[in-house]
Design a protein around this ligand. Structure first.
Ligand SMILES: O=P(O)(O)O[C@@H]1C[C@H](O)[C@@H](CO)O1
Ligand SMILES: Nc1nc2[nH]cnc2c(=O)[nH]1
Length: 304
């Protein structure tokens, strides 16, 4: 077996190596030439949470089909639009629809927009997702501020950073212990408290699995024992890529369902239920994100 991460040995479609630095630049330059907004904040909307982008003022929006080199959305609840505009008085760019590994996208494609955000001048990334709860104390409709993640595909060698390292973005061996910015988490918690959300706000560990099937009971029990509070099918590769290129990250999971760990339980989950709960909490999440962005000190990134 070759240990050199050369292009003929790295599993095809696994990493960002299929994209040249020029392609990221071309996409960023195309976007900057089509909008006057210069965003410092990027937002990725999870399943059913695209309404976050609708809150942006003075919008310039682009269908993913029109953006050079951009992947395409295939999942219901992910509109496939990149929206520029103002949120909380700050220029933002918002992905109304993200890319998942289970759609057949390589992790390089899944994380392509994150590197484009970096080249646009984004400094802070807010990632949202819909997730199922594993923690016994969580309820459907809770918002979980992500403290850390367990990247199951990553542990198995599916990582967007596999392949030759692009030093222009970041180092070969990036640390991940501070991937979810402490000051941003504190800010989010404080805002939740001041808005009276404390009863349905948690802070916990998100676990990414590949999907697209939901968990078996044995898998749910395993992930819970490993320390996961919630499980979903996204976010971790985006955060790995964001952290690699020096973006500060806030992650928010909306708990759309309870993941059963009990063989006697007859309740089951489907994507329709996930989208229903997302819609129900969408405005609350919108309020939290808008206020947080308004409070960002763009130069120093944390609270004013
Ligand atoms: O994009 P996210 O992670 O919010 O979407 C979750 C995981 C699956 O894509 C889908 C399952 O309902 O929701
Ligand atoms: N893997 C996984 N992803 C989800 N996304 C929303 N709910 C769930 C869930 O229960 N499991």
């Amino acid at each position: 077996m070759c240990l050199n991460s050369c292009s003929s040995c790295v599993p095809e479609g696994n990493s960002s190596m299929e994209t040249s630095h020029d392609e990221y630049l071309q996409t960023a330059e195309w976007l900057l030439s089509h909008t006057a907004h210069r965003p410092k904040v990027g937002v990725i909307c999870g399943s059913g949470l695209g309404a976050l982008a609708d809150a942006l003022k003075s919008q310039d929006s682009f269908s993913y089909t029109d953006i050079p080199h951009f992947p395409q959305s295939t999942v219901q609840g992910h509109a496939g639009r990149l929206v520029f505009g103002e949120l909380g008085g700050k220029a933002c760019v918002c992905m109304q629809g993200r890319f998942h590994m289970y759609e057949g996208h390589s992790l390089g494609k899944v994380t392509f927009p994150v590197r484009v955000f970096k080249l646009l001048g984004v400094e802070t990334l807010i990632v949202t997702n819909a997730a199922g709860s594993l923690a016994n104390s969580y309820k459907t409709g809770d918002i979980m501020i992500i403290k850390d993640h367990i990247n199951v595909p990553g542990l198995a060698g599916l990582n967007p950073l596999i392949g030759p390292n692009d030093e222009k973005f970041g180092p070969r061996f990036p640390p991940m212990s501070g991937a979810y910015d402490k000051a941003l988490r504190r800010m989010a918690l404080d805002i939740c408290k001041s808005r009276g959300y404390s009863q349905f706000v948690q802070e916990g560990v998100y676990c990414m699995v590949g999907g697209p099937n939901f968990e078996t009971i044995a898998e749910a029990r395993l992930l819970h024992k490993l320390g996961a509070d919630a499980v979903g099918m996204s976010t971790a590769p985006e955060v790995v890529s964001a952290s690699h290129c020096g973006l500060k990250v806030l992650g928010l999971s909306l708990i759309t369902n309870r993941v059963t760990k009990d063989y006697e339980d007859t309740e089951s989950v489907d994507h329709g239920k996930v989208l229903g709960v997302s819609k129900m909490r969408s405005e609350t999440l919108q309020g939290l994100v808008s206020e947080l962005v308004a409070q960002l000190d763009i130069n120093g990134t944390t609270a004013e």
